[in-house]
Design a protein around this ligand. Structure first.
Ligand code: ADP
Length: 533
């Protein structure tokens, strides 16, 4: 390799960061706390230990864990030696966990003791795994019937930190599987270069964001580390030198405690997690610590009702958009002077929208013949993208890859309109779109409006087959305060009168539920709701 050709690899994130932020902290619950210098030492020891047990370039090293310091270490240690980190979705059913690990052909697995029984039950099936690297939050010996196992922390202690090799930036660094909203999960992979450029784009995005992130901010990610690299925020954090708090398995009371104790000021998550936090029975006791909390919501639309609920606590919410296939960042609210000079209420609508393309994201919204839609807030098209950090393929699936990448553009399957200022508003997913009497009912727009009814908690609108109309919308709703179906319809009629929705969009039925079903990444599971219908 030409040494003047600087490689955008994961190891190269560290030198400037350690120069300026060496005493900054990484905190795991109230159990562990490391400075960046100590963290980097552990990262290099783990790299060295992995090499010692035979991990080779290109080998897949899986992790089964909640959000812990061990996980964060593996984010760096594994790719830094040219191996590929497989972040296994532990909220999948065991057979799907197995499917993804077999499909990726994981050679080594880093696993928290909690997940050992699940593996041990079918150990003989994992014949492709050469070694298990286990650890526990508890002190003492970890018992397992698995052969070829190593103790993570002992390995670290007995290894010397290595000088990371200069890995070619186009080397694959990570693999993980999409949530599988339709069919079996599909693998997506990202190289060092993609992850580094993506982290930089996040940093640039934050500088344009209405959140005013500064050096005092303390980050705590609430997107699981198994899901799209927790949106790349752990990599971003090391770059920008912020304190990072790892909450382990998500438990709302513990999250609230960590916000209080560690002075967390910035988090990112899907809407349902924010909803869970704000409806926790003890949330009022933490109100003073939530004031000013800066929250990026993505992975699903940020409902206006939820953003308003957060606003009452003094929480600032901002929308962002992306998908597993795109690393994930595609768009976020970027505030230019034009937007900053608007009234507070107008700004609010831009904050919760899907936003505008992030740096280097070439994005188009195109109609069925591939023509860009006008910026008129009305014409619906599909979002297609090009950017430096998109997955090249679905792993070992050329057929699905061909559907994803057409004419050099990645097709998101998301339907959107663009307003006069270039802000994107996703109105539906192609596969969830409700077609009624040959016309389209945008379910996200309808959900957004229903979320504004004060008694409504969470809402999802899905299409039900209908002999006359093809499909008709049905709303599934959880309530904060009990009201009747007639009351909801009456409120929706008011929105019809003010022209925000059309009369024929009003759902044919409203089904009240205690909880809406969620996917493994905590999004409302429309597939499950459709099955119920
Ligand atoms: P899954 O398909 O299981 O939800 P992803 O996490 O990759 O897996 O989800 C990506 C999808 O989530 C996008 O294609 C889009 O439909 C939806 N999404 C993400 N962010 C937003 C947003 N801000 N507004 C509306 N939809 C969003």
């Amino acid at each position: 390799m030409n040494e003047k050709n600087f490689q955008l690899n994961i190891a190269n994130i560290f030198p400037p960061s350690l120069w300026s932020f060496r005493n900054q902290e990484i905190v795991y619950q109230d159990l562990k706390r490391f400075t960046y210098l100590e963290f980097y030492d552990r990262v290099r020891r783990l790299s060295s230990a992995l090499l010692k047990i035979g991990v080779k370039k290109g080998d897949k090293v899986a992790v089964l864990d909640w959000d812990t310091n061990h996980y964060m270490e593996s984010y760096f240690s594994v790719p830094m030696i040219g191996a590929v980190l497989h972040t296994v979705n532990i909220r999948y059913p065991p057979e799907i966990i197995f499917y993804t690990m077999q499909h990726a052909a994981d050679k080594f697995v880093i696993v928290r003791d909690e997940f050992l029984p699940m593996i041990e039950r079918s150990a003989q099936l994992f014949d492709f795994v050469k070694g298990w690297i286990i650890y526990s939050d508890e002190k003492g010996e970890i018992r397992t019937s698995l052969e070829n196992h190593y103790n993570y922390d002992e390995m670290l202690e007995s290894s010397e930190p290595i000088d990371p090799p200069d890995i070619d930036e186009n080397t694959p660094a990570t693999i993980f599987y999409t949530s599988g909203t339709t069919g079996l999960p599909k693998g997506v992979t990202f190289t060092h270069r993609k992850l580094v450029l993506h982290a930089q784009a996040l940093a640039v995005g934050l500088s344009y964001s209405p959140l005013n992130i500064n050096e005092k901010d303390v980050f705590m990610g609430l997107v699981p580390m198994f899901h799209v690299h927790s949106w790349g925020v752990p990599y971003l954090t090391i770059m920008t030198g912020h304190k990072y708090v790892l909450p382990g398995r998500y438990d709302v009371k513990r999250i609230l405690e960590l916000i209080k104790k560690e002075h967390v000021t910035f988090s990112h998550m899907v809407p349902s997690i924010l909803y869970m936090i704000l409806t926790h029975p003890e949330v009022e006791d933490y109100a003073s610590y939530l004031k000013g909390w800066k929250v990026v919501i993505g992975g699903a639309a940020l409902p206006r009702g939820l953003a308003k609920m957060a606003e009452k606590f003094g929480i600032i919410t901002v929308g962002a958009y992306g998908m597993s296939e795109t690393c994930p960042l595609l768009t976020a609210a970027t505030f230019t002077e034009e937007i900053n000079s608007l009234s507070k209420e107008e700004r609010f609508d831009y904050m919760i929208s899907t936003g505008r393309p992030a740096v280097l994201v070439n994005l188009r919204v195109v109609d069925s013949i591939g023509k860009d839609v006008p910026w008129d807030s009305r014409t619906i098209g599909e979002i297609i993208v090009r950017a430096p950090w998109l997955t090249d393929e679905y792993y070992l699936d050329p057929e699905k890859t061909e559907e994803l990448w057409r004419d050099g553009w990645l097709h998101t399957g998301d339907l959107a309109v663009v307003d006069s200022k270039g802000f994107i508003h996703i109105v539906d997913r192609e596969k969830d779109a409700i077609k009624s009497g040959g016309e389209f009912i945008p379910s996200l727009v309808l959900e957004n409006i229903i979320s504004e009814i004060p008694e409504v908690g969470e809402v999802a609108v899905v299409g039900k087959k209908d002999e006359k109309w093809g499909e008709r919308p049905i709303a599934f709703i959880t309530l904060k305060n009990k009201v009747s179906k007639e009351y909801i319809i009456e409120r929706l009629m008011k929105f019809v009168e003010t022209g925000r929705i059309q009369k024929w969009w009003i759902p044919d039925d409203i089904i009240f539920m205690d909880n809406l079903p969620k996917t493994s990444t905590n999004k409302i599971d429309k597939k499950e709701l459709k099955k119920m219908l």
